[in-house]
Design a protein around this ligand. Sequence first.
Ligand code: S3P
Length: 450
Amino acid sequence: MSGHGEAIPMTSRRAAPLKGEALVPGDKSISHRALIFGALAVGETCISGLLEGEDVLATAEAMRAFGADVERIGDGEWRVRGVGVGGFAEPEDVIDCGNSGTGVRLIMGAMATSPITATFTGDASLRSRPMARITDPIALFGARAVGRAGGRLPMTIVGASEPVPVRYATPVPSAQVKSAVLLAGLNAPGETVVIEKEATRDHTERMLAGFGAEVRVEETEEGRVITLTGQPELQPQIIAVPRDPSSAAFPVCAALIVEGSDVLVPNIGLNPTRAGLFFTLQEMGADLTFENPREEGGEPVADLRVRYSPGMKGIVVPPERAPSMIDEYPVLSVVAAFARGKTEMPGVKELRVKESDRIDAMARGLEANGVSVEERDDYMAVHGMGPGGVPGGGAAQARLDHRIAMSFLILGMAAQKAVRIDDGGPIATSFPAFEPLMSALGARIERANR
Ligand code: S3P
């Protein structure tokens, strides 16, 4: 089951050379934040290029439940009339965040310092993911949480009625945790400080500053120290969401491994806290260039030009790069299967608590398709079989995880025999147009009976 209806089994066969332009959807991280921050501003925020995937639509619905006026004007065009910091109303019903860890964790943070109570749930994947990483820090502000064993959803948060500011060092490299603490800090008096040892995606800091909050970022010996002054009046914004580098990863990686491919992926956000995959691919020998580099809405942007790259070699991916490509390891492990030699991925423990245990999901699915994988708690290595060398012919479980589903469909595009997945339904959480977009480039994806 996809968690969103009947399972949709899919098959991906060896593709024709991939050619053309891939217009990938808006950035998921920025889309969630645009809606949430818009809901916390006073006045009307206008958003264009919003990702209209299930995850983000669930966040839009949640913002309505907390009292914001959220309206879809047209394709990717949305307006949010916010209630102001501290203005959230108490939702009348349970908030269902679907598959989205980012949605639920950021919203929990945002409501934790308001005197309201809200209950959160999600699909089977989200209900299995750890929430203590959020409930621990929001307890320091004065919020209380009651959930299932192991800190799992469904969970009720009772917001602090007299919140105090917090100084918090994140115990795991997580932009969701950092963001939840900063969002809780918005409605606390005084300064809330978050310290992260390794830099994670910084959209929250950048966007909150854009909305008029006072945010200071310092690089110190302790790590990145982010200081937010509480109780600002956030000013509504006009936001053009850049296209998602994590979605761009799929057509990019497909073009690298499908013989004869030449694909342009225009207008991709290349925030350094997100672009780790592209540098890794270049180090492996990928023919990947950044054309027309420019700046849009304060973010670096470029068009990615990618061509079939039979010369790629396995490398050791530096562990300190992990936060800047954390969502891209599944599809990197597919590319690694077509490189020569071993690709090692150390320091990837966080992959175990994503929409699925992504190390296990990739290892099992790759093995089922004839690729040998080594796996430890925080490490994965793929033994490359060279261009065209992956047998395929196996089935992989998507495990309610969009990125696992898409990664195995990419594997099938260059493997000798077709690759099947049990359920492509979760792809709609982040990349609803994946199938038509990849098919227009030359992919052969079919919805098949198992
Ligand atoms: C996200 C942060 C990352 C990432 C997720 C989106 C965000 O999660 O995996 O897809 O928008 O803040 P973690 O913070 O758990 O690493």
